[in-house]
Design a binder for this molecule. Structure first.
Ligand code: PRP
Ligand code: URA
Length: 211
């Protein structure tokens, strides 16, 4: 991992391999979905690397042994739509995790996200809350999500994304320096339509086949 402060850029040949497939304009929907899942599995290792564990005693077919299981309540919050692409792979690692939903969509002209849906579990205060959103562009969607979570008393928040732009990172760090951000790529910047460059285009459209 690289980058400073509370931003981690996950570096791994398997991440690069999936990233290049996601970025490639010739990658079709099925392969796009497969690589989004693979990349999320790797991200999960890093996003969840320091979750506390507790000792449990179980029996193998041969003898008793002490093992360790996750000892923290975890709430995943995919930002609709694109964040849904990361939910299954991430939550597979955490039995008993809860899921909250935040629906946000950027206006195509202004790139300002407007909220159209929200449903959050209770007990955000005592959980590790992980926002799932593959693209951090202007940061507007992530900032709105963090604001909502904090208004609902979330005490420890992380953001998992696939591609981040410096503009979005700066905006997030300025307003919410306590939120730890994990990304597979830190790209160059935004174009005049606030799309990430080089980026991968519209993640939601490519994942759900709506282009
Ligand atoms: C995309 C993406 C993020 C947002 C990032 O969602 O999934 O939520 O844009 O941009 P920002 O940092 O400038 O806010 P989009 O609004 O395209 O909706 P979708 O997931 O339904 O496609
Ligand atoms: N949302 C996307 O899906 N892609 C971008 O480049 C920016 C926002």
């Amino acid at each position: 991992m690289s980058a400073g402060s509370n931003v981690s850029v996950v570096e791994h040949p398997l991440v690069e391999n999936s990233l290049v497939a996601l970025r490639d304009v010739n990658t079709g929907t099925d392969a796009f979905r497969r690589h989004a899942r693979l990349l999320t599995l790797i991200l999960a290792f890093h996003v969840l690397h320091d979750l506390p564990t507790r000792a449990v005693v179980i029996n193998t077919p041969l003898e008793e042994v002490t093992g360790y299981e996750i000892d923290r309540s975890v709430i995943f919050v995919p930002v609709l739509r694109a964040g849904l692409a990361m939910l299954d792979a991430m939550s597979d690692f955490v039995p008993g995790s809860k899921v909250g939903f935040v629906g946000l969509e950027r206006d195509e002209q202004t790139a300002i996200a407007h909220s159209y849906y929200q449903k959050l579990p209770t007990q955000l205060e005592t959980a590790e809350t992980i926002i799932l959103d593959p693209m951090l562009a202007t940061g507007g969607s992530a900032i709105a999500t963090v604001k909502l979570l904090k208004a609902n008393r979330a005490s420890s928040i992380r953001l998992a994304c696939v591609v981040a732009a410096p503009e979005g990172l700066e905006a997030m760090q300025g307003l919410h320096p306590d939120v730890r951000i994990f990304t597979a790529a830190l790209d160059r910047g935004l174009n005049d339509r606030k799309f990430i460059l080089p980026g991968l285009g519209d993640f939601g459209d490519r994942y759900f086949g709506t282009t």
